[in-house]
Design a protein around this ligand. Structure first.
Ligand code: TPP
Ligand code: MG
Length: 582
């Protein structure tokens, strides 16, 4: 909502102006932790009806802003105080940076007269956050506050580049000062609309030629493909292509679509002849696009920013443009042409995918307990699958348990620690998700180790009545690391936890909570918890269950590739390609 001339005239301080700006950009919630250096903004946010979700650690506040951005499509905002407020926030900023989540982090600095003189919480924030932000600036001149805020938000949203976190701070005396009437221009309050371009016509034509001649076309989507669901589904169907989602764009193509072959990832990557990446980097999850894994395949890469166009592997066709518009253009150009796709290839992959998924779901219900008598983590996930609506928001977190949950809980609304592997996001993400999506069931499925990082945020959930269900898979260990130690080093050290009573902990903060030991007690416990949100279930599970991430070698961190099987392929390919160095 743009402020009226009258509101602008009555604007009492720069802090007030910042609140007005955020309101004009549709911000309804700000996550933060109070402090003198930001208090003027804090109070004016409240005065303008922006809800403050006060957290117990600044890192959690940034995680929450991140989740809000992911689920609403609008930038999330965190407000953190100077010095330790900013240093605590840094992991959250780093996570948003790697995940490319549009987050605006606002902070304060000492009054200008005390800057760099040892004032309270006097610290240069900008160099600390520079390498993990799209915009990082201290604004000392009051007349430039609005223009800089606008820029910070536009950069966070990905204006001309990758989306991600922006950081802006202001000396507290500037926040308290009066704005000059000359800068109160309505133009600064216009909603930010990013320009969207269609890719170059000749590159589009080359892509159509390649795609319609492909025998085994594979599409892989990432964050930049969000918003292109309809065009993508249509193109997949037209071509009879297969499709892999990589966690960044879950739900874009529903599981029921004939192109979805997620359970066959390894085989698909090695057998496609044309691979199309949509708004996706070729990072470790995609074997860096290595020919050792993908083979001598042709690549088409489409993205609205150059960073996702060339990283790790040049494409035969590189399309710089908005993914949705460009997919529509491809469909139009392809027109009535007949694709050369080998339908036997794609339908056999789809068949095997469906069989694998069915088998997994069946097995999840029947998994046997460990020799310790504790239930298999898949039993927890099977009970959740049964209880949750199909559009639930699922936040998965942890080591082994994250790995089980990622495959065991299919939902279009899914968040996890992402490519930074930033465990601990579970409870903060879940709280923000439950506030941002009040009409959806929100569940956090977390390992006990991961839960500990931000366990204190159960207090935030209770105080703000955030209707989230937290399910802790309590195996008394950083289990995925235990396995790595057992297999690689033959000794377990510093990786055991203590089956702590997380239910009592939650109850101490006024949260409904229950410990569950027997699998048969899960349905009733989940049902009761969902009726008493926010709630926590502390479920004892066996640490002996080996997840696919543990089997794949992810925790061990091989030298050349993220997974051991890819690492082996890469090693022999390099030796073959470079016999002299073998
Ligand atoms: C911030 C952070 N610290 C450490 C790690 C390394 N790490 C990855 S998984 C994991 C174990 C997680 O334990 P838990 O949440 O209990 O899940 P489990 O493996 O026991 O199912 C650790 C320590 C990480 N990814 N991120
Ligand atoms: Mg654990």
């Amino acid at each position: 909502m743009e402020p009226t001339q009258r509101t602008l005239k009555n604007c009492e301080s720069i802090a007030d102006l910042i609140a007005l700006f955020l309101k004009s950009q549709g911000v309804t919630r700000v996550y933060g932790l109070c402090g003198g250096h930001i208090m003027p903004i804090w109070m004016r946010l409240d005065a303008h009806g922006i809800r403050i979700i006060d957290t117990r650690d600044e890192r959690a506040a940034v995680y929450m802003a991140h989740a809000e951005a992911e689920l609403t499509g609008r930038p999330g905002v965190a407000l953190v105080t100077a010095g330790p407020g900013v240093t605590n926030a840094i992991t959250g900023i780093a996570n948003a940076h790697v995940a490319r989540a549009p987050v605006l982090v606002i902070s304060g600095t000492p009054p200008m007269a005390q800057e760099h003189r040892g004032g309270l919480q006097d610290m240069s924030h900008i160099p600390l956050v520079q390498s993990i932000t799209r915009f990082a600036r201290t604004v000392r001149y009051a007349d430039l506050v609005l223009a800089n805020l606008y820029e910070a938000l536009a950069c966070a949203m990905g204006q001309g580049g990758e989306s991600g976190p922006s950081f802006i701070d202001f000396p507290v005396d500037v926040l308290r000062s009066q704005p000059s009437p000359a800068v109160l221009l309505p133009e600064h309050f216009k909603p930010i609309v990013l320009p969207r371009l269609t890719a170059d016509a000749s590159a589009l034509k080359a892509a159509v030629d390649m795609l319609w001649h492909a025998k085994r076309p594979l599409f892989i989507s990432g964050r930049g493909a969000r918003g292109s669901s309809q065009a993508l589904q249509q193109l997949l169907q037209t071509l009879g292509a297969v499709y892999l989602d990589t966690g960044e764009s879950r739900g874009l193509v529903p599981d029921s679509h004939a192109s979805v072959v997620a359970a066959m990832r390894g085989q698909v990557m090695q057998s496609a002849d044309v691979v199309v990446t949509l708004g996706r980097k070729l990072d470790f999850q995609l074997a860096f696009g290595s020919p050792a894994v993908f083979g001598p395949v042709k690549f088409i890469r489409l993205s609205d920013n150059a960073a996702e166009l060339r990283d790790n592997r040049r494409a035969d066709v590189e399309l710089l443009g908005d993914v949705n518009l460009s997919l529509q253009a491809l469909l139009k150009l392809g027109g009535q042409k007949t694709p050369a796709t080998d339908h036997a290839w794609s339908s056999s992959l789809r068949e095997k995918h469906v069989q694998r998924v069915d088998k997994l779901h069946q097995a999840m219900n029947e998994e046997q307990p460990g020799s310790d008598g504790l239930m298999h983590p898949n039993r927890v996930l099977a009970a959740l699958r049964h209880a949750l609506p199909s559009d639930a928001v699922v936040v998965a977190d942890g080591g082994d348990f994250l790995s089980f949950a990622r495959v065991g809980l299919s939902t279009p609304n899914y968040l996890d620690p992402g490519p930074l592997g930033c465990i601990g996001i579970g409870t903060p993400f879940g709280i923000a998700a439950s506030l941002a999506c009040p009409d959806k069931t929100v569940v956090v499925a977390t390992g006990d180790g991961a839960f500990g990082f931000n366990a204190m945020e159960i207090d935030t959930a209770v105080r703000h009545q955030a209707p989230v269900l937290i399910v802790v898979a309590n195996n008394g260990a950083w289990a995925i690391e235990v396995r790595d130690q057992q297999e690689t080093h033959g000794k377990v050290v510093g990786t055991q936890l203590q089956f702590a009573d997380h239910a009592s902990m939650a109850q101490a903060f006024g949260m409904h909570a229950q410990r569950v030991v027997r699998a048969e007690d899960l349905p009733a416990a989940i049902d009761k918890a969902l009726k008493n949100l926010p709630a926590l279930l502390d479920v004892l599970v066996t640490p002996q269950a080996v997840s696919s991430d543990a089997k794949s070698g992810l925790a061990w961190v091989p030298d050349l590739q993220a997974l051991s099987s890819w690492d082996d392929l890469e090693r022999s390919w390099r030796q073959g390609a470079n016999p002299a160095s073998a």
